[in-house]
Every structure is written in structure tokens, then in C-alpha cells.
Design a protein around this ligand. Structure first.
Ligand code: FMN
Length: 196
């Protein structure tokens, strides 16, 4: 894949803002252009969960030439159109609200429209849903999206590896996302099984 092809990162208001931050950091470290959009709820959750504000992180990312940000209401942004080529989209974390909207084909904000475009253009879509427990409607919506080709990647710990902290789990999930976008993963070198 052309390394200059951007990946879209959509951040919604599920718990797990750190997953979004580390995913964006990792793509940029690998010189993969990132186009970011975040929902209003994602900003609220970020301020509750993270040490640095969303605005501070946005300022840091914005100094990278490979980074572009669009507001959630910017429905005329390039990622709202299928003629703008991208390598696909990751929604991390994905709220049950956005999962429900996407499973019904709703495109009422930029994040949802960008995902809908990726579906119709048959591009890679990865979703990192975060909710527990899951009820039948959540599961049905996730199942419908999986049937359309979306990869559903719950942020589960690898209990078979040495994972001592939330950071280890985050790193593991982020590396799984990288693999799905053909970015070379550092995971095999870092993986340490509890028992061989
Ligand atoms: C602190 C906080 C944590 C939340 N965690 C979750 C969660 O883990 N999963 C979820 O589906 N919704 C969660 N929500 C609720 C969503 O933010 C809410 O449904 C919102 O409408 C989602 O909108 P969005 O999909 O446009 O981001 C949380 C809300 C707050 C304030």
C-alpha cells in the first residue's frame, strides 16, 4: 500500500480515550498520514479520562505535516466523499451509539459519513467497540457491521501474555490495529507468553 495514503481515525464517546491517543501517535510514528475527527461526546470522555486535554494533544499532532483534523460538523470535508482516497478508517473507541448509527447507515456527522463512505467504497474499516455488558441490540448491530466486512476488535487484554498494566493492553490493541492497516507491527518481538 502507498504509505502516503491517509488513514481516518474517528474517536467517539466510549470509554478508552487512551486507545485513540496511542493509535494516532503510532500511525504518525510510522509516517502514516492521519485524518482525525472526534464526536462531541468523545471530547467529554477525554477530559474525564486523560491527564492532558484534547486541545493540548491536538496542538501537538497539528505540528506534524502528516496530520489533519476536521470538526465533527464539517460535512464538506474531503473524507465525506468517496472520490477522496484513503486506506480506510478505524473508530477507536467506538460507542454503542455510533455502532447503532452505522449499522443503520446513518451519516449525520462527519465521523459517521466518513465510515459510511468507507463501507460503500469497500475500504478497510476497523471498530474498537467499548461497552460492557453488551445487550442483544449491541450484539446485533456489531454482527450486522461484521457481516459487511468491518473488523470488530474489542480492546481485550491478552491473558496469555505478560501484560502488567493498562499501557501493555493499550499497546497490544494498538498493534493489532496497525496489522489490520498493513503497518509493520512490533508485537511479535515484544510478545512474551506466560507459558511456552
Ligand atoms: C465518561 C463517559 C463514559 C462513557 N463510556 C461509554 C462506553 O464505554 N461505551 C458507550 O457505548 N458509551 C459510553 N458513554 C456514552 C456515550 O458517550 C454516549 O452514548 C454518546 O451519545 C455517544 O456519542 P458518539 O457516538 O457520537 O460519540 C460514556 C459517556 C461518558 C460521559
Amino acid at each position: 500500500m502507498d504509505n502516503q495514503m491517509p488513514v481516518i481515525v474517528g474517536v467517539t464517546g466510549a470509554s478508552g480515550s487512551v486507545l485513540a491517543k496511542c493509535t494516532i501517535d503510532r500511525f504518525l510514528e510510522c509516517n502514516i498520514p492521519v485524518i482525525l475527527t472526534v464526536s462531541s461526546a468523545a471530547r467529554i470522555v477525554w477530559e474525564k479520562e486523560m491527564d492532558s486535554s484534547f486541545g493540548e494533544e491536538l496542538e501537538k499532532w497539528s505540528s506534524n505535516k502528516n496530520f489533519k483534523f476536521y470538526q465533527i460538523g464539517e460535512l464538506a470535508a474531503p473524507i465525506a466523499s468517496g472520490t477522496f482516497a484513503t486506506r480506510g478508517m478505524v473508530i477507536v473507541p467506538a460507542s454503542m451509539s455510533t455502532v447503532a448509527a452505522l449499522s443503520q447507515g446513518l451519516s449525520d456527522n462527519l465521523l459517521r459519513r466518513a465510515a459510511d463512505v468507507c463501507f460503500k467504497e469497500k475500504r478497510t474499516v476497523v471498530m474498537v467497540p467499548r461497552e460492557t455488558p453488551l445487550h442483544a441490540i449491541h450484539l446485533r448491530n456489531l454482527s450486522d457491521l461484521a457481516m459487511m466486512g468491518t473488523t470488530i476488535l474489542p480492546p481485550n487484554p491478552a491473558f496469555y501474555l505478560f501484560q502488567n498494566s493498562i499501557n501493555d493492553i493499550v499497546e497490544f490493541v494498538v498493534e493489532r490495529i496497525m496489522v489490520l492497516f498493513d503497518v509493520k507491527s512490533e508485537l511479535p518481538e515484544k510478545m512474551q507468553y506466560k507459558k511456552d
